[in-house]
Design a protein around this ligand. Structure first.
Ligand code: ZN
Length: 299
């Protein structure tokens, strides 16, 4: 079917112009909205799981990182093969400008999520992986692991691995609640612990502040954090926390399912948007500097 578009009447054109002027004015007022953060990103929560590798082969995921300005990643995967393949692709990662910081995942399969903290075979797997290392160098951390019930932070393997991390200078990436954070530090008070999502259950910012004050080696990773952005703007309570503790936070993508890979660039753009609301030196630290300092990377 052919549709003829009539030229707009003079009146319609006038209304359109008035609207355009209003929109331009609003745009001008909105110019108070800061520009997105434009520097490098350190993605401190990246999974390259077995089910991602067919729809998103290495050139695809590295391309997404490169287009997002991601210059380094904490890489971990279920099982650890995905991390090893990223670490072994040295030419491709170098070409993409991405430094791979490999972590040992505690999961061979989904069944391990609910039992790793009391399963001695997980601790033996960690020892084997640590001894082998990766093509990109030694493993630098353990995780991400999950503690859906904080009581499981008292499990014997949770204790053993926290103590191993503390003794070996490995960084731990833990998805848990605030009670479990305290329990993990009780095993190893000086371990370096990245709290995945900084409380995915929405623990109040004031409680996060209390934990940061009490545990100097605690850092918070911010993917999925409830209440971080409200009505498209960084929440004032989180802004205050970032300005008070600029060295204690990291951004992450958490590519735990393939949909997160599909929207990877969007996730990173969203992080850049709220980072742009922070003082530039604070944004730089959270976006890149803290991760780089934690693992001794140079930009
Ligand atoms: Zn995750």
């Amino acid at each position: 079917m052919h549709v003829t578009l009539r030229p707009p009447s003079r009146r319609a054109l006038g209304a359109w112009l008035a609207g355009a002027v209003l929109a331009a004015t609003a745009g001008f007022v909105g110019a108070a909205e800061p520009a997105p953060y434009g520097g490098p990103l350190f993605d401190a929560h990246l999974h390259y799981n077995d089910d991602a590798q067919q729809p998103h082969p290495l050139p695809d995921v590295l391309g997404r990182m490169q287009r997002s300005g991601v210059r380094a990643i904490i890489a971990n995967s279920r099982p650890n093969d995905g991390t090893k393949s990223l670490a072994a692709a040295t030419d491709a990662t170098r070409a993409a400008g991405v430094t791979v910081v490999p972590f040992i995942r505690l999961y061979r399969d989904r069944a391990d999520y609910g039992s790793w903290f009391r399963d001695p075979s997980i601790a033996r797997m960690v020892e084997t992986e640590l001894a082998a290392g990766t093509a990109a160098g030694p493993y630098r951390g353990l995780g991400e692991f999950h503690l859906y019930d904080s009581a499981n932070a008292d499990g014997p393997i949770a204790r053993e691995l926290m103590q191993l991390a503390q003794a070996r200078g490995l960084v731990v990436l833990a998805h848990c609640d605030d009670v479990a954070v305290e329990k993990l530090f009780a095993h190893a008070p000086n371990a370096k612990l990245i709290w995945a999502h900084t409380g995915i259950g929405g623990v109040p910012a004031e409680r996060v502040r209390e934990l940061l004050r009490r545990h100097p080696t605690l850092m918070g990773e911010l993917s999925y954090r409830p209440g971080l952005v409200v009505d498209g703007r960084l929440a004032p309570e989180w802004r205050a926390l970032f300005v008070e503790f600029p060295q204690r936070f990291l951004v992450g993508s958490d590519t735990w399912v393939n949909a997160r890979w599909q929207y990877y660039e969007g996730l990173m753009a969203e992080a850049r948007r709220w980072l742009g609301e922070l003082p530039p030196e604070v944004a730089q630290r959270i976006a890149w500097g803290n991760g780089a300092a934690l693992f001794g990377l140079r930009e």
